[in-house]
Design a protein around this ligand. Structure first.
Ligand code: F1P
Length: 341
């Protein structure tokens, strides 16, 4: 995280410098929509990015799996800024989506980790994530850094489009606190290891979150599947009552992501619904949750940055679940470093 921030936020806590963006102030002011495309974890950071851009720059934004977008003959709108996200920069579905967009005359930026990769080359400009090489096949530190890069991009767009100075300073101060807070979360690894041992034999795991919590729930469920092969489902918390509650039973525990925003009370009501069906609950929150069987407590930051911090203990949970089940963490089955077909 230090690396993605380095040199990009100034000492007066007011400006974000994104050198390679290739989007001047006039162009940025003309953006009417933002559409973010990526696959797997990259798509999930796109969901976080879209929320940050809506919150901090007040531009309507959404994210879609690039692997779907490329096949549906999308309408390309000249006032939409398209952003492709990829750790490797080589994922073929994402590259194909970029090429399709370019063919239709769109402007496409990249949020990419590997410098000089195919997607970095094909896009018109963008932000490098500077996470360094992902030694493991699955994306972990790159997920975190990409979310931070989106926070910087959202601040930059917000700045150009009149984000209040106070808000900008607040978020920048929050970003500066992240590296130490991440270190604090990592210091809790022993506790997470114990929890992983308790939940490792689940028949299936549910992951739920509302708004800011939802992309984290999706990503945590993907990480668990990728490395431990435990079946997992992720739902927006309010969707539970539209069917998936039928799955809740003691052998199907729920991981609930609970940012400290104005939805916390609603989230607690969801925990009650799960408890009423004898579901076990592991919460990720800023303080102990009495409705949950266990809570992983993470430090408090600006609420907009909660998805960044709350993803980390759940990466550790997936890791320790995989270890507890004797999986080969470094070579998860059926998973390629970059999917190039
Ligand atoms: C996308 C991705 C990863 C996943 C796995 C397969 O990669 O789906 O999120 O963990 O490695 O590929 P990328 O486009 O971000 O390199």
């Amino acid at each position: 995280v230090d690396r993605v921030l380095r040199g990009r936020i100034d000492d007066r806590f007011s400006t974000v410098h994104l050198g390679g963006l290739n989007l001047d102030a006039r162009e940025a002011r003309g953006v009417r929509r933002v559409k973010i495309l990526g696959c797997g974890s990259a798509y999930h950071t796109g969901l976080i990015g879209a929320q940050l851009i809506e919150e901090l720059a007040r531009i309507p934004a959404d994210a879609e799996p690039a692997s779907e977008f490329r096949y549906r003959n999308p309408v390309v709108d000249p006032d939409t800024l398209y952003i492709a996200v990829s750790q490797s920069g080589e994922t073929y579905d994402t590259l194909a989506a970029v090429q399709e967009l370019k063919r239709k005359g769109a402007r496409v930026l990249g949020v990419v980790n590997v410098v000089g990769s195919a997607i970095a080359r094909e896009t018109d400009g963008g932000v490098y994530v500077h996470a360094g090489p992902e030694v493991c096949v699955v994306s972990t530190k790159c997920f975190t850094n990409t979310a931070v890069a989106f926070a910087l991009l959202a601040l930059h767009l917000g700045r150009i489009r009149d984000l209040s100075v106070a808000d900008g300073k607040r978020i920048i101060a929050g970003l500066r606190k992240l590296p130490e807070q991440i270190a604090e979360v990592l210091r809790g690894e022993e506790e997470i290891k114990k929890l992983a041992g308790e939940y490792a034999n689940a028949k299936s795991m549910m992951f739920v979150g509302r708004v800011r919590g939802y992309p984290v729930a999706r990503e945590a469920s993907l990480k668990l599947k990728e490395v431990s092969y435990v079946h997992a489902e992720a739902y927006p918390a309010s969707e539970l009552k539209h069917g998936p509650l039928a799955l809740i039973e003691p052998e199907v525990p729920t991981v609930a992501v609970l940012p400290d925003d104005d939805l916390l009370e609603k989230n607690r009501a969801t925990l009650e619904e799960i408890k009423a069906r004898s579901g076990r609950i592991l919460a990720v929150a800023h303080r102990e949750q009495e409705k949950a069987d266990h809570t992983i407590v993470v430090p408090r930051n600006e609420v907009e940055l909660d998805p960044i911090l709350m993803g980390i203990p759940l990466q550790l949970l997936a890791y320790h679940t995989a270890l507890a089940l004797g999986r080969d963490i470094d070579k998860p089955r059926n998973l390629a470093k970059s999917v190039t077909v």
